[in-house]
Structure formats: structure tokens, C-alpha cells
Design a protein around this ligand. Structure first.
Ligand code: NI
Ligand code: MN
Length: 226
């Protein structure tokens, strides 16, 4: 699987010929000004929750690419009402077999209102079991929670975790989360985008390294192979 980071909590995963795009918030992120959302490909768009900094570009990309939006029931229903009918609703603890693999929607401790104030259901994360044999956990925006211990049973090889603190886990709790889900490889997200969530990269990497883990902080537009 190839992961490409698009800034904040936006990234895509390419598995075979299929592209999964997560939480696209790109066009309003000055740090991602070199990414053109009109050129991004997506077969599926997975949304962890309804906050603006996770859904901003979802509709534009879904309309242009015809991608299926995968999220909780309230979010997929909202997109259907806005005119995008290609959706797949999930709810917590549920999973579904797609052509690329299985997606499970799991718990997150956060909030989830839409920018217009409408109800975005409860926020979540995803465990994705790719048919190519790789499994990864994307926590979405969340606090550290004991539920994460359960996800170790799914044996993810990679976790994509927020590290920016203030609105989500910070570095110290993200290290604990990586321990709880039993992963060595972590990609950090939800940091440096705005003032509240600035992170000292060297210090963050050192804290993960001290726990025997690798923190990956790819540049915006950069790809990693796992
Ligand atoms: Ni959020
Ligand atoms: Mn967020």
C-alpha cells in the first residue's frame, strides 16, 4: 500500500488500482497550496467525522470522481441530501466488505457537528483490512481511550494517529495508543495546520523512538510505502 499525505488529516491509500481518500481538507490549508484538489483521484472517500477540517473538499472530489463516500449513517445521509447518492453508511462496530477489502468503523472520543451546525452522528475511526494483506488503523480525531486495546486483535501494521494535542491526542497519548494497538509504524496527522497544534517534529520522533516505534511525518504531497 502506498500512502500519500495531503496535510492536516488528509491522506490517500493506493491499494492495487484502487484509491481511498481520507478526510480531505486541502483547499483551505495554506500549507497544502501546492496540492490541486481537481487533480486528486479517489474511488472511495472515507470521512471520520463531520468537522470542516475533515470534510471540506469531500463533495467537490466526490462529484468529479464519482467516488463512494463511506462514513457514519448521519454523514452519508447528509451527502445524499446534498445530491451525492454514491455512499456507504456504517455505524460503530460495523464492517463491510468492499472490492478492495474490509472497512470497520470504530470508536473515537470527539465531537462531530457539520459546519452548518447539523448533526454529524458520533465521530469514529477506521480499521481497514486490505485484500493485498495489509491492515491499518486510522483513529480519526480522538482522545486516548481504552477501546484502542481492542483493536490490537485486528493486528494493524500501521496506525495513523493525531499528534497535535489541544483538539485530539498529543504525542504522549499517541505513543500510548500505538502501544495499545500494538503497532510499531505510526504516521502522525492533525498537527502544524494552525496555531493550537504546532508540534516539535524532532521531539515527537524521539518520544516514539524511546518507545521502540517509528513516527513518520511525511511532507505534504509526499508518499510512503508500507
Ligand atoms: Ni474534529
Ligand atoms: Mn479535526
Amino acid at each position: 500500500m502506498k500512502i500519500t499525505f495531503y496535510g492536516h488529516s488528509s491522506f490517500s491509500v493506493k491499494t492495487g488500482e484502487t484509491i481511498l481518500l481520507f478526510d480531505p481538507f486541502i483547499s483551505a490549508n495554506p500549507k497544502a497550496a501546492h496540492i490541486d484538489i481537481n487533480k486528486l483521484e479517489a474511488d472511495y472517500i472515507l470521512l471520520s467525522h463531520a468537522h470542516q477540517d475533515h470534510i471540506l473538499d469531500a463533495m467537490a472530489i466526490a462529484k468529479r470522481t464519482g467516488a463512494t463516500i463511506v462514513s457514519n449513517y448521519e454523514i452519508t445521509t447528509w451527502y445524499e441530501k446534498q445530491g451525492h447518492k454514491k455512499t456507504h453508511p456504517l455505524n460503530h462496530g460495523g464492517s463491510w466488505n468492499f472490492d478492495f477489502g474490509r472497512v470497520k468503523y470504530v470508536n473515537a472520543i470527539h465531537t462531530s457537528s457539520f459546519p452548518d451546525g447539523s448533526y454529524g452522528g458520533n465521530p469514529g475511526g477506521f480499521i481497514v483490512f486490505l485484500k493485498e494483506g495489509k491492515t491499518f488503523y486510522y483513529s480519526g480525531d480522538t482522545a486516548l481511550t481504552m477501546d484502542m486495546k481492542l483493536y490490537a486483535d485486528d493486528q494493524p501494521g500501521l496506525a495513523i494517529l493525531p499528534i497535535g494535542d489541544n483538539f485530539t491526542m498529543g504525542v504522549a497519548d499517541a505513543v500510548k495508543c500505538a502501544d495499545m494497538v500494538n503497532v510499531k509504524e505510526v504516521m502522525g496527522v492533525h498537527y502544524d495546520t494552525f496555531g493550537y497544534i504546532m508540534v516539535d517534529h524532532a521531539d515527537a520522533k524521539a518520544k516514539f523512538a524511546a518507545a521502540g516505534k517509528n513516527l513518520h511525518l511525511p511532507g505534504i504531497g509526499e508518499s510512503l510505502e508500507f
